[in-house]
Design a protein around this ligand. Structure first.
Ligand code: WT7
Length: 648
């Protein structure tokens, strides 16, 4: 990735409709936050949130880095997303759902509110779910998924959505870590024209050590036959209509947890990222307005899966908090053909479309001319998220999808940040393909060297956020020490620990920020975040494996692909072994973590202190000539041996 010369300015039409219309307006807002940090957030929190009871303090830093925002305030996030819209927008479509087989549902705010209230009553009355209880949700992308999440929010239960691609073992780990009482799932969904079964995965997960689970609530979606455990399993459709559509919202504290979302770190154990109520919903709402420039009649579509944070904030909470119409699609982009998404944009007259670079590259590859076959003229703003977007993909997206008239907002953020942190503003920021440009107002990043000094232009450093922000994670569920050591022990500013993102980045000479990727052992495969340690741990469980190291290898579509170096205990026929190793990864994590390449090597390159030199392994995987100093290796000859093994 090299900073491109060309700068793209927002068109007149976009500027005309935009909430923030110029860099001057952006700078003014940014400066407001700089000059009076708490005053800035106070103004926005008062303006944007329907408080049940006002807060008495904007920010409490006494137990930093355990920050508290809007202290003493009371609210309910489901009310913020539903009830407060009913007078003005009760009949407006909240969710436009399309299943992969082509079935459609348009759900109004009133209908959604009724369903959420019923589901909330169901959780309370039938399953004894109370404020603070954890509910694991393992569902396809169907409207009952947002209903389940909002029902939890309504009664103050903490949801933990597990992406449907995770295996039974992963699901079990998350259930156990959260000591969840209830699983909400479905028989299965539709994917690539096939049934994608979920209930059997839940059954498998619950076979072992999930004593906390009392019940399983199952939505009927694909109508495939499923096994049944009497007393534990319950059909949603058999119970939901017995419940009243009035459920008083639980009065929640600003800082009560809203949800957990597990994500990968650099150790084998996923982290339960804990988000708050007030700060989270405030930022979800503000970024919808600033970054997507949402206006009353807009139709907005984020193509992510709700199993990831992008779906939480930008399919569900953000869009509903601002009262927009959010499109939700169940399946894959290339079914039945590579024009599926473009057809949906045409059918629903989508104004804002938000997707991932990996999807853009895939659709470019399989159907470069497909967008031209559809009427995409409704599009106003395009967005990307998940990894650095390469200029080629950016330009194809800009020209072929956006017809050269839609600004692209390249939004940099993380599961931990809750919402966008760096992003162009569509009506203000001149964009450069591949750069997430500048921080949003109220967000204070700094690229630092290892000593905590700000780097100069074109010098690579660590991306840190030097002030807290309302939607930041509050802790790692059950592991506050890991929260501190993972995020607040790498960098300091004025003696105070600051948030370390795990990403490397640079400022260019115009101050634009360019993300260069993770500096920790976390991979980004098709926008999915996977720790190398998790994959290594799974592969290490194969009986023939003595040692393993996993690295990422650049991939034209996926961004990164998984490359495993395996040292065997014994010699073994390689064919079945490779399949067996992939199988163990699929079982322990899920198909998205399967290594693309498995190379059998006689040993791994280690320093004398036993540390695996991953940088070296990354170079070897790429086929680069090794120029690094290998004299510090315990056995410098190992590099040549590994390169030899790659030839077979
Ligand atoms: C990591 C966070 C945030 C939702 C999706 C992923 C990378 C994310 C960008 C971007 C360059 C990006 C970073 C980050 N990333 N967006 N626009 N440009 N890199 O969430 O799974 O928590 O992953 O994704 O490396 O740290 P996540």
């Amino acid at each position: 990735m090299s900073p491109s010369e060309k700068v793209y300015n927002p068109s007149k039409e976009i500027v005309k409709r935009a909430l923030i219309k110029s860099m001057d307006e952006y700078h003014k807002l940014y400066k407001e936050a700089e000059d009076d940090f708490e005053g800035f957030w106070d103004r926005l929190a008062k303006d944007k949130i329907d408080w049940i009871k006002p807060y008495h303090k904007v920010l409490d830093e006494t137990s930093a880095p355990f920050y508290k925002w809007f202290v003493g305030g009371k609210l309910n996030v489901s009310t913020q997303c539903l009830d407060r819209h009913l007078d003005k927008r009760g009949d407006k479509t909240a969710i436009l759902f399309e299943g992969e087989p082509g079935d459609k549902r348009a759900i109004t705010y009133r209908e959604l509110s009724n369903e959420v209230n019923k589901a909330a009553n169901l959780l309370k009355n039938q399953f004894n779910i109370k404020k603070g209880d954890r509910v694991v949700i393992y569902m396809p992308m169907i409207p009952e998924l947002p209903v389940a999440m909002l029902a939890c929010a309504r009664i103050g239960a903490i949801h933990s959505v597990v992406f449907g691609g995770f295996s039974a073992d992963s699901l079990r780990d998350r259930i156990i870590d959260a000591t969840a009482k209830l699983v909400i799932t479905a028989d299965g969904g539709h994917r690539r024209g096939q049934p994608n079964m979920l209930k059997p995965v839940v059954d498998e997960a619950l076979k072992d050590s999930c004593e906390s689970i009392e019940n399983v609530l199952i939505v009927k979606r694909n109508k495939e036959k499923v096994n049944w455990v009497d007393g534990r399993d319950h059909w949603y459709h058999e119970l939901i209509n017995d419940e009243s559509n009035v459920c008083e919202p639980e009065v929640m504290d600003s800082e009560d947890p809203l949800y957990l979302l597990y994500t990968s770190g650099s150790t084998g154990k996923p982290k339960g990222i804990q988000h708050s109520q007030a700060g989270y919903i405030l930022w979800a709402q503000l970024t919808m307005e600033w970054v997507f420039d949402i206006q009353e009649d807009d139709i907005y579509w984020c193509s992510a899966d709700i199993g990831w944070v992008t779906g939480h904030t930008y399919i569900l909470y953000g869009p509903l908090a601002v009262g927009t119409t959010t499109v939700m699609y169940e399946g894959v982009p290339v079914h039945p053909d590579p024009g599926r998404w473009w057809k949906m944009i045409e059918d629903y007259k989508v104004n804002q479309f938000y997707t991932a670079p990996t999807a853009i590259r895939l659709l470019h590859k399989v159907g470069p001319d497909e967008p031209g076959k559809y009427d995409l003229s409704s599009l106003k703003i395009l967005g990307t998220v998940g990894e650095p977007i390469n200029p080629d993909a950016w330009i194809w997206y800009h020209e072929n999808v956006g017809n050269k008239k839609c600004p692209i907002v390249d939004t940099w953020w993380q599961t931990e940040t809750g919402g966008h942190m760096l992003s162009p503003l569509p009506g203000a920021t001149p964009t450069k393909p591949g750069s997430a440009t500048f921080p949003l107002p109220g967000i204070f990043p700094e690229i630092m060297d290892e000593n905590g000094n700000k780097v100069s232009a074109n010098e690579k450093g660590l991306l840190c956020i030097v002030k807290p922000w309302p939607s930041m994670l509050r802790t790692i569920w059950g592991d506050p020490d890991r929260y501190v050591s993972n995020y607040f022990s790498r960098a300091k500013k004025n003696g105070k620990p600051v948030y370390f993102t795990g990403d490397g980045s640079i400022y260019d000479e115009d101050g634009y920020i360019w993300i260069t990727g993770r500096v920790d052992d976390v991979l980004n495969v098709s926008g999915h975040r996977i720790g190398t340690a998790e994959i290594e741990s799974a592969i290490g469980h194969h009986p023939d494996v003595a040692e393993v190291a996993v690295v990422g290898k650049p991939d034209a579509i996926k961004g990164e692909s998984i490359f495993a170096y395996v040292v065997l205990k014994t010699d073994h026929p390689k064919e079945t072994l490779t399949a067996g190793i992939k199988e163990v990864v699929t079982k322990e994590i899920g198909p998205m973590a399967r290594p693309e390449n498995i190379t059998y090597v006689p040993g791994l390159p280690k320093t004398r202190s036993g540390k695996i030199m991953r940088r070296l392994l990354r170079s070897v995987a790429k086929g680069e000539t090794i120029t690094q100093d290998i004299s510090t290796l315990e056995d410098p000859t190992i590099v040549g041996k590994i390169q030899d093994s790659m030839k077979h």
